[in-house]
Design a protein around this ligand. Structure first.
Ligand SMILES: Nc1ncnc2c1ncn2[C@@H]1O[C@H](COP(=O)(O)OP(=O)(O)O)[C@@H](O)[C@H]1O
Ligand SMILES: [Mg+2]
Length: 376
């Protein structure tokens, strides 16, 4: 039996072969999705390409009866993924909530890919997101020459998802101005998108649903109205529970990204990854892992996602300019860049950490020196 936690899938390895810098989930993991569909003998909700159980396996990984290995995409509590998937099989929409870097976007993309085979119907929420992005717009050349017609209408990703029984993603929902958010209320409660200019409406086909993401930290930017909030089941994505879990997530994602970027492999990275993760966790928590030393917390998020990018940049340095091993000097600049956002306050927090923690810790002398050298 192959251990799904250590195996890399052929699909993930094949990603460089696509020639794309960043394939969509359904492209990168096409082989896994096909294997899951072939082995899936459970009932599928209308419009779904997999059963809910198979969608959960796609997200969390596992070995199929025929021996095919499904790599874990998300590392976290199973129950939480089950609640998210079950929600999508109901008439309620799914809201993924959490601090930045807890894989909200990532989970949303993979859920959409596994449920309907398509993750690309996306509305990116910003303060400038207009109603056209949620409802529909017009091709003005045609509108002027022909007047309002079905051919002049430019559907939003939401409208397309309703017509085709697919899942649409709304990123950063709370950044969208409240009046534009309100356009979603009718869509989610009536499952209808009226087009008064044409005297028609689009009714959602069975299988339509919506996955929204929002950051905890953004609370107050544009609060979700209670009317809209009631249309969602909320799933809160937590920060990784332990160092081991976070090291596992970073190691796995760094390997995938390195393969996609065709970086020469740097096998000996485990120790450095653990140190990066430890530094981030301690600064995030405001205390050392043993709980003995209280620390000041820097202003940045220091998320798992940032640990992944620090290590990936370090690997590029090690692969192209180093000796094939990831050293403290390869990750030091990245760590300092992530921690010191504010040149005064964060720098003080960082220097205190270096002197009080890193310097004293057995086996961390190289790390201390490398960080000191780039901290200035
Ligand atoms: N628990 C986790 N399991 C798997 N990957 C994770 C986890 N937490 C973070 N990541 C990784 O972090 C990266 C950024 O996540 P992202 O979805 O952009 O975060 P968010 O949208 O919550 O800000 C992704 O590459 C994802 O793989
Ligand atoms: Mg996101």
């Amino acid at each position: 039996m192959t251990d799904p936690t250590t195996a890399t899938s052929p699909a993930a390895d094949a990603a460089p072969g696509t020639g794309l810098l960043r394939p969509h989930a359904e492209q990168q993991f096409a082989a896994e999705l096909a294997a899951l569909a072939a082995a899936d003998d459970r009932p599928r909700p209308p419009g779904w390409v997999l059963s809910p159980a198979a969608v959960v396996t796609y997200l969390l990984g596992g070995t199929l009866p025929g021996g095919a290995v499904v790599t874990p995409k998300y590392v976290g509590p199973r129950r939480l993924v089950e609640v998210a998937v079950a929600t999508l099989a109901t008439d309620r929409a799914l809201l993924l909530l959490g601090v930045p870097g807890t894989a909200k976007t990532w989970v949303g993309e993979h859920l959409a890919a596994a449920v309907c085979g398509r993750s690309t119907l996306v509305v990116q929420g910003t303060s400038g997101t207009a109603e056209e992005a949620v409802r529909y717009g017009w091709n003005y050349a045609r509108l002027l020459s022909e007047g309002p017609s079905a051919a002049a209408l430019v559907p939003s990703p939401v409208m397309v998802a309703m017509q085709r029984a697919q899942v649409v993603r709304v990123e950063e929902l709370t950044r969208i101005p409240s009046d534009v958010q309100d356009a979603l209320i009718t869509i989610l409660s009536e499952k209808t998108l009226p087009v008064p200019e044409l005297g028609t409406e689009v009714q959602a086909a069975r299988g339509f649903n919506l996955i929204a993401t929002a950051n905890d930290r953004d609370r107050g930017v544009n609060e979700l109205s209670s009317a809209l909030r009631r249309r969602f089941n909320t799933v809160v994505l937590p920060l990784p529970a332990s160092v081991e879990e976070e090291v596992d997530i970073v190691t796995r994602r760094v390997a995938q990204l390195g393969a996609a970027l065709e970086l020469p492999p740097v096998p000996a990275a485990a120790e450095e990854i653990r140190r990066v993760v430890t530094v981030f966790r301690e600064l995030r928590a405001g205390a050392t892992e043993d709980g003995r030393t209280a620390l000041k917390v820097p202003s940045g998020t220091l998320s798992t996602a940032e640990a992944i990018s620090v290590v990936t940049s370090g690997l590029a340095l090690a692969a192209h300019f180093g000796d094939g091993v990831l050293h403290a000097s390869d990750v030091a600049a990245g760590i300092v860049g992530a921690v010191v956002r504010d040149p005064v306050a964060d720098r003080a927090v960082w220097v205190e950490y270096l002197e009080a923690v890193a310097r004293e810790r057995p086996g961390w002398a190289d790390f201390y020196r490398a960080c000191r050298a780039v901290t200035g």
